[in-house]
Design a protein around this ligand. Structure first.
Ligand code: HEC
Ligand code: HEC
Ligand code: HEC
Ligand code: HEC
Ligand code: HEC
Length: 270
């Protein structure tokens, strides 16, 4: 009995190996393509039915985001405002601001017909992704981390990729983004705005032990630690310098609020 297999089968392992090499190259080229901004919707800026400007309303007029997006910190979904919110200022007999402006024509029409204004949706995660606004806002993540400086945009555009890699980047190191809850809708906030001593006093007032605060500052437990806000503040100054830094604030909040963003598939794909 000779060889069962024809001669060309000797080449089979080599062919398979070549095929595998091609597949691997294919995947490694495709992956960054898939997950970089080009593929996602960065820059998407549709024309809205009313030339509504966040730069005027949230920037110059200083209106809080929650005045219009009133459910954003209470529900999974961020709502866009109903017409009534606009009429408070632009309606007849009320605010009367720019009452006859042609730009507000669709708003007046909506008032007459009772039809909602059909705003074009900009940010949208696919249906197979679970996302919850309030779960983020109530843990100290600001709108600015996920939407950019909306308060400076005359017309809203998609600034962040909002891809899976982008979600996970923050979930792996939330200390780079966390801030006090009172500042989540203050898009201009900087860590250096904080009064260092007041920040540490705030932590102590929440019954957090000084040695745990000091260990977070130093990156390791220590035997001799300050027991009051002034002492902790002096210690932090030695480590972080004169101004309060994001890392300083973020590490304390992450540790003492026990912030642990999930990285398991089932958390976001339910
Ligand atoms: C006076 C009401 C008002 C205020 C205040 C306001 N918004 Fe809006 N927002 C709107 C309206 C109306 C739209 C829909 C039209 C548009 O996209 O411009 C919108 C759209 C958005 C969108 C895009 C929604 C989508 O389709 O993806 C984001 C993000 C957003 N707002 C964030 C903010 C943030 C952050 C703040 C606070 C800094 C804020 N808004 C303050 C009225 C408001
Ligand atoms: C708290 C009051 C207030 C609310 C609420 C408000 N606006 Fe305004 N809006 C203003 C002011 C003030 C201006 C600036 C007027 C000026 O330029 O003198 C303005 C300007 C505008 C303009 C530009 C008008 C023009 O002719 O230049 C548009 C369009 C507009 N708003 C739409 C809206 C829409 C849509 C809503 C609801 C989502 C809304 N506004 C809610 C106060 C408000
Ligand atoms: C952790 C990231 C993150 C933060 C923080 C965040 N957003 Fe969003 N936002 C998203 C994502 C993701 C979507 C798309 C959600 C979807 O499709 O359900 C979105 C969608 C929206 C929409 C469109 C809702 C719709 O259905 O039309 C509005 C409005 C909005 N966000 C406003 C805000 C405001 C205002 C804040 C701050 C008070 C904020 N967001 C904070 C990630 C974030
Ligand atoms: C800028 C930082 C940041 C970004 C960006 C971000 N997250 Fe989160 N995420 C957090 C933090 C902080 C928590 C709170 C963890 C905790 O409560 O311990 C969280 C919690 C969650 C949770 C668990 C809470 C819940 O609602 O069940 C889910 C799910 C989640 N994020 C999904 C997403 C998705 C999907 C995206 C991208 C579209 C995203 N996140 C983007 C910071 C972020
Ligand atoms: C923090 C939230 C989060 C976690 C954790 C997460 N994903 Fe995703 N995933 C997303 C988001 C958001 C998208 C949609 C990306 C987009 O639209 O660009 C996505 C998309 C996907 C896609 C579709 C690919 C694509 O580019 O459209 C697959 C497959 C996937 N995820 C698998 C997984 C697996 C497997 C895990 C666990 C190892 C996982 N995900 C963990 C948020 C998450």
């Amino acid at each position: 009995m000779g060889n069962f297999f024809p001669r060309w089968t000797n080449w089979l392992p080599l062919k398979l190996a070549i095929a595998v090499v091609f597949i691997v190259i294919g995947i490694s080229v495709a992956t960054p393509y898939y997950f970089t901004p080009k593929y996602t919707r960065v820059g998407y800026q549709p024309t809205q039915p009313v030339p509504f400007s966040h730069k005027i309303h949230a920037g110059q007029l200083g209106m809080d985001c929650r005045f219009c997006h009133s459910f954003v910190d209470r529900s999974s979904h961020a709502n866009v405002p109903v017409n009534q919110v606009c009429f408070n200022c632009h309606g007849a007999g009320k605010g009367q601001i720019k009452l006859n402006s042609p730009k507000l024509e669709p708003v007046r029409k909506a008032a007459e017909t009772g039809e909602p204004i059909h705003w074009v949706k900009i940010h949208k995660t696919p249906d197979f992704v679970y996302f919850n606004h309030s779960a983020h806002l109530n843990r100290g993540v600001s709108c600015v981390s996920c939407h950019g400086k909306i308060n400076e945009m005359p017309v809203v555009y998609h600034q962040e990729p909002q891809s899976m890699g982008w979600c996970l980047d923050c979930h792996r190191s939330p200390e780079d983004k966390l801030r006090p809850l009172s500042e989540v809708t203050n898009l201009n906030w900087k860590p250096s705005d904080l009064n260092r001593e007041a920040f540490y006093k705030g932590l102590l007032d929440k019954q957090i032990k000084p040695d745990e605060i000091a260990a977070t500052i130093l990156g390791a437990p220590s035997d001799v630690v300050p027991t009051d806000a002034a002492g902790l503040s002096a210690l932090a100054k030695k480590i972080y310098g004169d101004e309060v830094t994001q890392r300083e604030v973020g590490l304390q909040l992450k540790k003492h609020w026990q912030v642990q963003p999930p990285e398991t598939c089932a958390a976001c794909h339910r």
